[in-house]
Design a protein around this ligand. Sequence first.
Ligand SMILES: NC(=O)c1ccc[n+]([C@@H]2O[C@H](COP(=O)([O-])OP(=O)(O)OC[C@H]3O[C@@H](n4cnc5c(N)ncnc54)[C@H](O)[C@@H]3O)[C@@H](O)[C@H]2O)c1
Length: 509
Amino acid sequence: MDLPFGTDRKIRLGIWGLGRGLNFIHSARALNIEVVAGCDITPMMRQNFASIAPDAYVTDNEDNFLAQDFDAVLIATFFRDHARHTIKALEAGKHVMCEVTSFFTPAEGVAVVEAVEKSGKVYNLLENYPFSRENLFLRQLWQEGLFGDFMYAEYDYVHECRALSYAWNVNGGVPVEPGWTVHNWRSLLNYHYYNTHSLGPVMAITGTRPVSVTAPPCDVTLDGFLEGVRKGTACPSLIKMDNGGVVRNLMGSTTGDFHTSGRIWGTRASADKMGPLKIRIGGSGFGMQLNVNPEWPEMKELANQAGHGGGDFWELYYFARQILTGQPAPWDIYSAADVTLTGIMAAISCQNNGEPTPIPDFRKPDVRDQFRHDHRVVWPTDVDTQNLFPEGHDTAITGHFSSVMTAFYPCQGMSGLPLVREAFDGIRLYPHLADANGRLQVISAVNKLLRDLPSLQQNVAKAQRIADAYPNTIPGKTIRRLLDHNDAIPRILDADATRATLQNWLASL
Ligand SMILES: NC(=O)c1ccc[n+]([C@@H]2O[C@H](COP(=O)([O-])OP(=O)(O)OC[C@H]3O[C@@H](n4cnc5c(N)ncnc54)[C@H](O)[C@@H]3O)[C@@H](O)[C@H]2O)c1
């Protein structure tokens, strides 16, 4: 295969953080990028890496890692550590690609921007969702003027990943160990901070930048999140862009996921990608709406094979292109700061009951000076994710916490508490289902629940032991809310009645 960028020079890459970081290895091989080193403090992640990149150096020590001979670092470490790791990698003379988001506080943002400027190295934020086929196609049409001026957009990244408070985001969700700990940052996540997958596409398509944000709090929450610590709820914000247009950005955990789907309106045309992409042309509300087949701008076979709808491929592509040819990539440090600061300011706005909050422009040194010492964080800082139980706790009981919660709320598939609802609510809706596929799904859920009832009962018993032994701890309160209020629990506890109901229903079909 022809090498891209007209050069056979290879970029030697080290990956720092080997969970999400592993997703890039496949695309790297096609792009003059050689993965030569990996670093992770967790043994399971290092093992996964070694099995995929057996010739690469691997270590748990970040200093030994950065001392290796390579050109660029891909940072995919814990969410709150990106600024420190970026600055350290730049100081070690490496180009940096950093996973979302760029930094955690405004003061860290100033430090990262200035470290990038001082280093003269390439910095790219790894925001992949603008590089889906649909979003790249919309960006191209927008640049050609088909949509006119940006007026309004509604983009979503609603992702109910409750289990990831208690599990690693690898191999279908492996509970964190030891079992009495919770995940470093997903157990605490304030969704406003994780705003890039929905705001990012609008910024990239329209070329506008955010200037202020308002985010009213939503107080209705799902159970299963660390009680009093993290809210499982909808996190909407309204963002004013620099051309006067407005974005409604929706994140959060709700009963319906929408991953970076959206609708976007310009003064000449509008687009709807809640499902397959549709574009309404004619510059009027009732213009003709057309289904379109978006195309990749180039290299489509490789992009199709990459993860996250091709976005991961394009992130690496633009980064390599900038290093090898000098052509600027999207998501330089200033755009990265714009999107990251919008999340931070949305969280601050939400804390202040939706007060409109300006988004500083860190391109300007005098603006940076105003935020150099701004360490504000709207995030639970007093929770030690490694020590949620009192000293001397009985690990025979508490050691089940992460696996109990993961079993209640699994990462994927029909199981846990959602399975109970799927079976009973599916039976309720069954007479009204429009197609055979839906009927089959409900029957499968009912059969699966019949099989899973004994293990669900065991899980409730383990949960009860934790809540009874440690009622005043965060895990104890989390479980108590769930046991007392989730209507799946009585159905699990009264397994005989539940089994009879399900079997009678199956027999009646
Ligand atoms: N763009 C996307 O679609 C996408 C998807 C998932 C995650 N992410 C981002 O990627 C980052 C990593 O997420 P993840 O899903 O892999 O989960 P994660 O946060 O659990 O993984 C981080 C990994 O880094 C390791 N690590 C932490 N500190 C380290 C250190 N000092 N030295 C070496 N290793 C260290 C951990 O052991 C872990 O394996 C997060 O910031 C997240 O925002 C982005």
